[in-house]
Design a protein around this ligand. Structure first.
Ligand SMILES: Cc1ncc(COP(=O)(O)O)c(C=O)c1O
Length: 402
């Protein structure tokens, strides 16, 4: 037997470790040493999952936990249709495919529209797992940079156009964006739509943070006229109902071929988790006030986080309008080394702060080396403590290594 076959695939090797999770062994070590670690590295909200979700799960009526429909629980699909109608997104049950988290909606949509070696345009910095999902599908992400100086809004149309090639199949964006918190305007969404029409592309719009808007209004790709056959909306209950572990999301499109293909992909993994879909049906009954109160709480957190950042000399960042992240330029040369050092060598009164290093949010090598993504997912008191520890860490680190 040729021994050379006993090797990991190219795509397996190229798969990046999640920058959000790869420092976890170091934070586990710090915790073993008795250090409290404030996790600003991961978008895991501390808000309790609503009782409506939990009660539905507790009251799951079936005696057998059987396979569900590959398209999703029809009651959940109906609940989602009603939710979207409340958001003025007019879709029908046949436009919705329930997925195992927004992550699966993303990979399904990428596979639906592109073959190996084809390209999808993304705006940098972007949600880090776009990089890993691109490796799973073996396609190439073509990054278009956005800049802190203009709030990470889209660059001139011509700059985007320059990146479109014969291999480009779609444009992927997130609004509000992770990690920048930017909410794209209607004009920006229309620009994307124009490009999609001109160059015959799909638009993948990741809207998992739709309910987290602090300034401006959210424009869904489903509400941009003239691209009904090109628009694919990716969604999730993870953040919306603070139910990240439930693993329930959906892919929404009015393109029948996309939906038929997504269903075949759904059939290949049989079904999404039944009990959690049942929980989501319960959560969908929550009134609009639920989101308003949550957005208010996150706005307070954003303001706290931003105010604390502004106290650190040399920091560059924009106040985000949505989601719960800030992408910040710190006065640090090598953010990876700094983030590790915060976990291995630094603590203040027995506590330290963990951030996600910037490079993982880029596809362009060398970008983000002095940037960190901060997830403001802790209550205001803890957030203040965590940010002050971070500030002290920056100061100390620069004294030692600067
Ligand atoms: C922009 C964005 N899209 C998708 C996801 C994946 O969400 P899910 O937990 O539903 O898989 C995340 C998770 O952080 C995200 O930030």
């Amino acid at each position: 037997m040729p021994i050379t076959k006993l090797r990991i695939s190219k795509r397996g090797k190229e798969m990046p470790a999640s920058p959000i999770r790869k420092l976890i062994p170091l934070s586990d070590e710090a915790k073993k040493r008795g250090i409290k670690v404030y996790h600003l590295n991961i978008g895991q909200p501390d808000i309790p999952t609503p009782v409506e979700f939990m009660n539905a799960v507790k009251n799951y009526p079936n005696k057998v936990l059987e396979y569900g429909n590959s398209k999703g629980d029809l009651r959940l699909i109906q609940g989602m249709v009603e939710y979207y109608h409340r958001k003025n997104i007019l879709v029908k049950p046949e436009n919705i495919q329930i997925t195992t988290g927004g992550s699966e909606a993303l990979i399904f949509s990428i596979i639906c529209i592109s073959d190996v070696g084809e390209e999808i345009i993304v705006f940098e910095p972007f949600y880090t797992n776009y990089n890993s999902l691109a490796r799973v599908a073996d396609i190439n992400l073509v990054p278009v940079p956005t800049k802190a100086e203009n709030g990470f809004h889209l660059p001139d149309k011509k700059i985007i156009e320059k990146k479109i090639t014969s291999k480009t199949k779609g444009i992927l964006l997130a609004t509000p964006n992770n990690p920048t918190g930017t909410v794209f305007t209607r004009e920006e969404m229309e620009t994307i739509a124009e490009l999609a029409k001109k160059y015959d592309l799909f638009v993948l719009s990741d809207e998992v943070y739709r309910e987290f808007i602090y300034e401006g209004v959210h424009t869904s790709i489903m509400n941009i006229e003239g691209i009904e056959d090109r628009a694919i909306l990716l969604d999730s209950i993870s953040k919306r109902y603070s139910a990240c572990g439930a693993r329930i999301g959906c892919l929404v499109s009015k393109n029948k071929e996309v939906m038929d293909t997504a269903l075949k992909l759904g059939q290949s993994r049989l079904c999404s988790p039944s009990i959690e879909q049942y929980g989501a049906i319960g959560a969908l009954k929550l009134p609009e006030d639920y989101f308003l109160a949550m957005a208010e709480e996150y706005k307070r957190r954003r303001d706290t986080c931003y105010a604390e950042l502004m106290k650190i000399p040399g920091v560059i960042c924009q106040k985000p309008s949505g989601a719960f992240y800030i992408m910040v330029k710190l006065p640090i040369k090598d953010i990876e080394a700094f983030a590790k050092w915060m976990l291995t060598d630094f603590s203040l009164n027995g506590a330290t702060t963990m951030v996600a290093p910037g490079p993982g949010f880029y596809a362009t090598p060398g970008m983000g080396k002095d940037e960190a993504r901060i997830a403001y997912v802790l209550n205001v008191e803890d957030l203040k403590k965590a940010m002050r520890i971070l500030a002290k860490g920056v100061e100390e680190y620069n004294k030692i290594k600067g």
